[in-house]
Structures are given as structure tokens and as C-alpha cells.
Design a protein around this ligand. Structure first.
Ligand code: PAF
Length: 284
């Protein structure tokens, strides 16, 4: 695997691969890689034969007081994992390479960002879309793969690609879970052992909503009640939100008549966890 730190070197390596007829797959990450990221590489590999991963902890998507400084960083470990999965190119730029200091133009997330993560983390999605747009322009991949765990992010990236005419195809890969049901996340390493059990209330609550949906319930308030019951009975957590939304708008109608998702975010100690399950959308 080649490791490049400059935009120019990344562009040159990808151009060379493209010239030799390779199809470019791209997995953008913030590092601290786990099996969830590695599953994204596998999905990228299925549709391409030259895989680029990026590792960049993007300061623009963290608000003051969030975990930018303590976000786990382990580039050597990440590189080993990427090599083990046959990644061809790792793009690992420094902050000054991505944001040289005189940058003035950013991407603004639209209506899809109005609620949920967008409301709790103001500016977060503008930061995500700005860095993802830059990465798309640098890597120029045929296919780019994102995880379903960050569902609102994935839907916003899809809308950016549609609205700003990026040429890459977006694929969203299913969430990978630990055996106990917790969605894999780089932030799980902040959890103390005693916080694991309360953390599991989130996937349990989302599953309960899924079961109620499969049983035929379409009233959003009643669907949400099935999950809220579980969260409210769990000591040691704070609920940011638990909701049922339409998948394409992230709005919360009175009844769910089309494809949707149960989404949730909780805090356990100093760790913030988000998760979701899809409701009735086999071809997502
Ligand atoms: O999901 C992530 O890890 C990040 O938000 C992303 C897409 C790599 C942008 O920094």
C-alpha cells in the first residue's frame, strides 16, 4: 500500500491507476479503524479494483467543546489494518494540507440537516460535507462507500452528490455490530466497562421499534413509544433523541407510509452514541 500525505501525490497516484484501466473505490474515514470500516473496504472492493482510503480527523465537523482533541488517532495501526485488507492507497493529509488557512468557501447542508444530529451539533454537517466534497474532488472515485450507522450523514452526502453533480456513486453499507448488538464506532473505546450495559439500551430500543413496525404499526408516536419505554427504564443514560423518520426527508410525519428509519442518540458518561435501524426498505 502506498501512503501519501499531499493532495498532489494523491491525485497523481489515482490518475496513474485510472490510466491503467482500474476502477477507483473510495472509503473516507477519520481513522481509529475497526471492523465496521473494514466492511466498507470490502463493499468498495466488490465494485472496484483500486481502493483508496483516507484518514483525516476533520476539525471542521467538531464544535468547540466536542472531542476533536481526544478523538482516537493511530495512523500506524490504521495502515496495518488497511494493508491487511489489500488497500492500494492511503491518503493521510495533515490539517494544513486540507485547510491551508486562507480557505473561505464551504458547503452548507440543506433541509435534511435541520433536525436530529444537525440540531444537536450545529455546523457539524456543513463540516462533513465540506471535507467530503474536497475528498471527492481530490480522489475522483467511481464509487464511494459510507456506513449506515451515520445514516443522516449518508443521506446528506447522497443529496450533495445529486445537487452538486459529483460523478462518484454513493454506496451505503450496513452497520456492523458487536456480538452484544452495539454498533461498532471509533468512539466505543471511550466507554468504561460499566457503561457497556446501559449503552446497549440504544440498539435494544431501536430493535423494539423495528419489531413493532414489522407487526404492522405505522403510527409514529406508538412506534417511538416502544423504544422510549426501554430507554426511560435504563439508568445512567441521557437521551438526545429517539425518533422515527422518513428515510428521504428525515422528517417525522404522523404515520410512516414509506421507507423510514428509527434513529437514536444517547450519552453514557462522556460518550455519545448514535445508531439506527431501517424500517421497510429492503433495497436501501
Ligand atoms: O463518517 C466519518 O468518519 C466522517 O464524518 C467522514 C465521512 C470521514 C468525514 O470526515
Amino acid at each position: 500500500m502506498r501512503i501519501v500525505e499531499s493532495i498532489a501525490d494523491c491525485r497523481a497516484a489515482v490518475a496513474e491507476a485510472r490510466l491503467s484501466g482500474r476502477r477507483i473505490g473510495f472509503v473516507p474515514t477519520m481513522g481509529a479503524l475497526h471492523e465496521g470500516h473494514l466492511s466498507l473496504l470490502n463493499v468498495a472492493r466488490a465494485g472496484s479494483d483500486y481502493i483508496v482510503a483516507s484518514v483525516f480527523v476533520n476539525p471542521l465537523q467538531f464544535a468547540p467543546g466536542e472531542d476533536f482533541e481526544r478523538y482516537p488517532r493511530d495512523l500506524a495501526g490504521d495502515a496495518r489494518l488497511l494493508v491487511s485488507r489489500g488497500t492500494e492507497l492511503l491518503f493521510a493529509p495533515a490539517t494544513a494540507e486540507m485547510y491551508p488557512g486562507d480557505a473561505d468557501v464551504t458547503v452548507k447542508a440543506g433541509r435534511l440537516a435541520a433536525d436530529w444530529e444537525g440540531r444537536i451539533r450545529p455546523g457539524h454537517f456543513d463540516g462533513v460535507l465540506t471535507v467530503v466534497a474536497k475528498l471527492f474532488n481530490i480522489v475522483q472515485s467511481d464509487v464511494s462507500v459510507f456506513g449506515q450507522k451515520d445514516l443522516q450523514q449518508a443521506q446528506l452526502i447522497r443529496s450533495m452528490v445529486r445537487d452538486l453533480d459529483f460523478a462518484t456513486k454513493i454506496v451505503v453499507a450496513p452497520t456492523v455490530r458487536d456480538d452484544d448488538g452495539l454498533a461498532l464506532s471509533s468512539r466505543n473505546r471511550y466507554l468504561r466497562e460499566s457503561e457497556r450495559v446501559p449503552a446497549l439500551a440504544l440498539p435494544r430500543a431501536l430493535r423494539a421499534i423495528g419489531v413493532s413496525f414489522e407487526g404492522g404499526e405505522r403510527d409514529i408516536a406508538l412506534l417511538e413509544q416502544a423504544g422510549h419505554g426501554i430507554l426511560l427504564q435504563t439508568p445512567g443514560i441521557r437521551i438526545d433523541y429517539l425518533a422515527v423518520v422518513e428515510l428521504d426527508t428525515f422528517r417525522r410525519p404522523a404515520r410512516l407510509e414509506r421507507a423510514g428509519a428509527a434513529i437514536g442518540a444517547i450519552r453514557v458518561g462522556n460518550t455519545r452514541l448514535i445508531d439506527n435501524v431501517l424500517l421497510g426498505n429492503a433495497d436501501f
